[in-house]
Design a protein around this ligand. Sequence first.
Ligand SMILES: NC(=O)C1=CN([C@@H]2O[C@H](COP(=O)(O)OP(=O)(O)OC[C@H]3O[C@@H](n4cnc5c(N)ncnc54)[C@H](O)[C@@H]3O)[C@@H](O)[C@H]2O)[C@@H](O)CC1
Ligand SMILES: Nc1ncnc2c1ncn2[C@@H]1O[C@H](COP(=O)(O)OP(=O)(O)O)[C@@H](O)[C@H]1O
Ligand SMILES: [K+]
Length: 509
Amino acid sequence: MCDEAAQRREILTTRQMRAVEGAAIGSGSVTGSALMERAGAGVLCEMLALWPEFERPGHAVILCGPGNNGGDGYVVARLLAERGWQVRLAALAPPATPDAQVAAACWQGAVATLSDLGPEDFPPGSLCIDALFGTGLVRPLAPGIAAPLRLAAAQGCRIVAIDILSGLCADSGRVLGGLDLPRAALTVSFQRAKLGHVLAQGGNLSGVLRIVDIGIDGWMAAAGVPARFAGPVPALAKRAGHKYDHGHALVLGGGPGQGGAARLTARAALRIGAGLVTLACPPEALPENAARLDAVMLRPVADRAGLEHLLENPRFNALGLGPGLGLDRARDLVPAVLASGRAALLDADALTAFADAPEALFAALHPGAVLTPHGGEFARLFPDLAQRLATPAETGPAFSRLDAARQAAERAGCVVLLKGPDTVIAAPGGEARVAAAVGEAQAPWLATAGAGDVLSGIVTGLLARGFAPLEAAATGAWLHAEAARDFGPGLIAEDLPERIPAVLRALGC
Ligand SMILES: NC(=O)C1=CN([C@@H]2O[C@H](COP(=O)(O)OP(=O)(O)OC[C@H]3O[C@@H](n4cnc5c(N)ncnc54)[C@H](O)[C@@H]3O)[C@@H](O)[C@H]2O)[C@@H](O)CC1
Ligand SMILES: Nc1ncnc2c1ncn2[C@@H]1O[C@H](COP(=O)(O)OP(=O)(O)O)[C@@H](O)[C@H]1O
Ligand SMILES: [K+]
């Protein structure tokens, strides 16, 4: 991936976007009005690129709010009318910002109110441009504001959201007030994606997401250190060296009849390129595992003393445990794993085992560790954060899954990966990644038993290969979803490790 692409992987908060725009305008190089013109032109360009049939003028309703999002709407209305479209513009209120007032003054057509609109304004197949609110949304949409959006959807219109679907919090992707909102067919945003496009309901409600360059990259430094999309990295390629140069992952498994999860973990660690992978299970589970494993090596580990003995071998450089481990065994082994100081991935039972005493786990964790909870496991370790996520969002910016992961990472003192279609990954200090399996990158077939065990293996394998915890977790989550997308419908967990080679080959590894 070239540097330019890496930079465009940033995902901004509202505050960060405002800082970048403010720096650009403050430099005197560009005006707010000029940015608004670029934004409106970009919306039109992306609509025509996605739906070439709209080269032939049609019918559009433009819904304009009082702020600069509404200003973008006036620009789009003008541009569509210039192309011969029949445009009906309805405003919630008069434009209230100087830039929106300039844009509105250039609109020659009539201005209706939202309540004037009826079904006849939304002929099926026409366009509804949502320029009500963008990053300035701070409270739930009033019923009269959401109504035309719902009407448009009910009539079979395509909704195009300017910047973000009105009603969605741009920082969290949560719908303020928990309203039932229709989905945009297309969202056109500016310069960089916002967290609200990919987190929570935002991933589904944004539809196809397109980002338009409005020429303010030169001021991106004003955003500080934004979150970034997870993605492929050059270090995935395995160019040379002996197997011992690529690390030896140790996966800890559970008792007889519970071994499938850890076997999935071990196989995924091997597929992602760990030089060697050993599965350590209780002695009584050896026959079952021996019957199912070939390239993955097998060692008996009865208890903590057995593990400490095995760890006298310094070649085990990354440990993965939790899937199918059993809660008692987890309580016995996790302290030894963490005391070894080696890179470690903790998932499933290795997390749930500490539901009654998360502080004990946090005290033992170190910066080389990665936790990969799903929502339920996250709530067991961080009940207050899960509660904040579960509380309906009434004002923006609302508490986001990324806020939750960041606070969890701070508390745990290590990387925390919170799973979901919008997987968020945070390190202590605030660095963050989002592995968004949403919109055009959706991977719904990952909702299958054992998918998380495979993710554990991919991340453990990358840790063994020497990836730093944040990058192992982020790259692993991206690869995991990419393998699922590559396989497609009918995916089961066993398919995921077997799909990794195709993903790596496509990357040129
Ligand atoms: N600042 C810039 O340079 C640019 C801004 N752009 C556009 O500007 C938008 C941000 O503009 P603004 O900051 O003016 O914000 P918005 O246009 O999103 O809305 C802000 C106004 O809506 C009010 N409001 C918020 N929630 C409400 C609710 N639920 N019901 C009723 N009123 C509500 C606020 O009090 C405020 O007056 C972006 O989303 C983007 O579309 C683009 O033109 C690109 C350039
Ligand atoms: N609808 C979905 N879209 C994309 N990814 C999903 C979806 N549902 C689940 N996943 C991913 O699949 C994995 C499921 O893990 P987990 O909940 O631990 O299940 P299990 O314990 O059965 O392995 C996670 O990586 C999660 O991010
Ligand atoms: K909007």
